[in-house]
Design a protein around this ligand. Sequence first.
Ligand code: PRP
Ligand code: URA
Length: 208
Amino acid sequence: MSGVTVVDHPLVARHLSVLRDRATPSSDFRRRLSDISMLLLFEALRDLRVREDRIDTPLEQTGGMRLADEIVVIAILRAGLGMTDGALRLIPEARVGHLGLYRDEESLQPVGYYESVPDHATDAEVVVVDPMLATGGSAVAAFDRLKRDVAGRMRFVCLVAAPEGLQAMQEAHPDVPIWCATVDRQLDERGYIRPGLGDAGDRIFGTE
Ligand code: PRP
Ligand code: URA
């Protein structure tokens, strides 16, 4: 599918295997999710624009670079919180926004309950993070919301994508490129990704 990059790397595959394992406790799950998020974001941000800079080393002046654009990371709550620490380790100067969305268990439709998006995010590189892209309802709603107020180049980084969610994003937001660690087989009748890793929010926060 165009605009979708599955990050193919042995370390990504190993972290994903541990995250899928039901025996992995929340403490390890959080650490692994943070680490794999760094690897995914590293790939997703490969084309960031840079500006030349001059640097004084202890010995002489030399050429350096700085990021040309502001980076804004938007976490879809709750599970996106599990990716923000990794994002900030990679890009310490990034600003972070939050969109609170949960899926209604019956309708599987996203319900918004909170939003805090950095002001003046014009000309920014906007990266939305959420480990799971299932029906795509939450991601589509997040980009619908962001495009109302935020100007800038947008991208979506998730961990596990379902074909149904990729299709929904392709239809609603074909301009948003997507990076993930895997495209899984399908959604089940309850809207869970199979084989997946279960409920990402519950696994991060130990709420089941
Ligand atoms: C999960 C996940 C996504 C959403 C994906 O959140 O973190 O936001 O489901 O499903 P969709 O593609 O069908 O919308 P959930 O609604 O479980 O809330 P939580 O993160 O608070 O647990
Ligand atoms: N949200 C999750 O956390 N997991 C799924 O499998 C689907 C939606």
